[in-house]
Design a protein around this ligand. Structure first.
Ligand code: AMP
Ligand code: GLY
Length: 429
């Protein structure tokens, strides 16, 4: 197979790393990719939202499978576009239709979907600018804290957890009337605050059958002890010990099956990954959100645990033959530590040369925001720069392997959290 993978993050480097291990991979192209993907496959300089450019590349390179990494092209309708073009109508694609991608693109849409399909989630109501007074009345009746969510995509910043009524009212006004998050906050979901421990569950589906991938826990905040600003993710671990077999059975019965059946029943075409953000509330799962792609950095922790042919999984999703795929998952631990540019998630300097270690035994180095400068040196160009995944028979061993490699990677002002996995190690004591 000739494969075109879209994206440029650590998630896509991990996808590429798995895909090239498959004997069915003839050629892998990544658009636009990063300095890491360039070492194992061919980067092509096409933006993930250049639909015509993607179509033309598929045609001129005999692409047999397209794999979409990030949400933006999905929410903008790439899959529908390729299906409606004569020349690419038959090309299998991993990624949901635009309607399916609305599960991530609109919080109101996803809440209504959950409600219709009896999927457990926080109680909520949605308001637009004309309903501001009703929104304030609603807020006054709710318990604190209360959660306000911009309806649309807001680069991970559109969720506010308000501790006081005053804060909630002024935030609601800012979002609806002052367009705090632009078009994304032209509708606001007001939602009950859920307590418990959060985890991410990943499902592959071809619209009929499904496979549950290894679950993971993400470390979202920039500072140790989960403090400071939210980021795209500073680390991940898999498996998650508080997601035991009994809990995962509830997730499958109460969330995964009703979601996949709901998509089919409502004629929402969906061939792709579904990332379910869940709260484990005293052993019961509640959906916080859907994303229509794999998580980053969760992918870098999850994929090393998949022992069966990953390209086979992708092909099964895209061609509607997932029921024939047998997934094999390693019981080993996998832990990912993300190294970021100093200053991230605020502003940061780019272009510092990165030195990598000679050996990285027991671990894999995935690139995210890296590129090569005019001298050919590896330099940082994004906020999240490198993700290192350690593997081990125990969580401790996996963490040691990850951090040993991280210590050998340097550039000016590099930063990482040293406490990834510590909370779980403490729980295990
Ligand atoms: P989201 O952008 O929907 O992933 O939300 C960002 C983060 O806010 C989530 O990962 C949760 O940690 C938190 N969050 C979102 N909704 C709720 C909720 N209803 N209750 C508690 N925490 C929430
Ligand atoms: N790590 C969270 C995400 O990918 O959205």
């Amino acid at each position: 197979m000739n494969i075109l993978l879209l994206g440029s993050g650590g998630r896509e480097h991990a996808f590429a790393w798995k895909i090239v291990q498959s004997s069915d991979c003839t050629q892998l192209f990544i658009a636009p990719g990063n300095a890491g993907t360039a070492e194992i496959a061919t980067n092509v300089s096409i933006s993930v939202t250049d639909f015509e450019g993607i179509r033309d590349f598929i045609n001129s390179n005999n692409i047999d499978l397209v794999v979409v990494g990030p949400e933006e092209p999905l929410v903008k309708g790439l899959v529908d576009y390729l299906q409606n073009e004569l020349s690419t109508a038959k090309t299998p694609v991993v990624g949901p239709s635009q309607l399916g991608a609305t599960l991530e693109g609109s919080k109101d849409f996803s809440k209504r979907f959950m409600q219709r399909n009896n999927i457990p989630t926080a109680a909520y109501e949605t308001f637009n600018p004309d309903q501001i007074e009703a929104g304030i009345v609603y807020l006054k009746k709710q318990k604190l804290p209360i959660v306000l969510k911009a309806d649309g995509l807001a680069a991970g910043k559109g969720v506010l957890i308000c501790l006081t009524l005053e804060e909630a009212i002024s935030s609601l006004k800012e979002m609806l009337l002052d367009q705090k998050f632009g078009e994304a906050s032209s509708k606001v979901v007001i939602e009950e605050f859920l307590t418990g421990i959060e985890l991410s569950v990943f499902v592959a589906t071809d619209g009929k059958s499904y496979k549950i991938l290894p679950e993971a826990k993400d470390y979202k905040r920039i500072g140790e002890g989960d403090t400071g600003l939210n980021t795209g993710g500073m680390g991940a671990i898999s498996p998650v010990i508080f997601a035991d077999a009994a809990f995962m059975k509830k997730v499958e019965e109460r969330v995964v099956i009703p979601t996949v059946e709901g998509l089919a029943k409502e004629n929402i075409p969906y061939k792709g990954f579904l990332f379910i953000g869940l709260m484990n509330n005293e052993g019961d799962p509640f959906v916080i959100e859907y994303n229509v792609r794999m998580g980053d950095p969760e992918t870098e922790a999850v994929l090393p645990r998949i022992e069966s042919d990953f390209l086979g999984l992708l092909h099964g999703i895209a061609t509607g033959t997932l029921d024939k795929y047998e997934m094999k998952i390693s019981p080993d631990y996998s832990t990912t530590v993300v190294m970021v540019s100093g200053g991230y998630p605020g502003s940061y300097e780019k272009g510092f040369p990165i030195s990598l270690p000679k050996s990285s035994e027991g671990s894999e180095i995935f690139h995210a925001g890296t590129t090569r400068n005019s001298k050919g040196e590896l330099v940082n160009q994004g906020g999240r720069v490198i993700a290192v995944t350690g593997k081990g028979k125990t969580l401790n061993e996996a963490l040691t392997n990850a951090f040993e490699t991280v210590k050998g990677i340097n550039w000016e002002k590099a930063y990482y959290r040293k406490d990834i996995g510590q909370d779980i190690l403490n729980l295990m004591k």
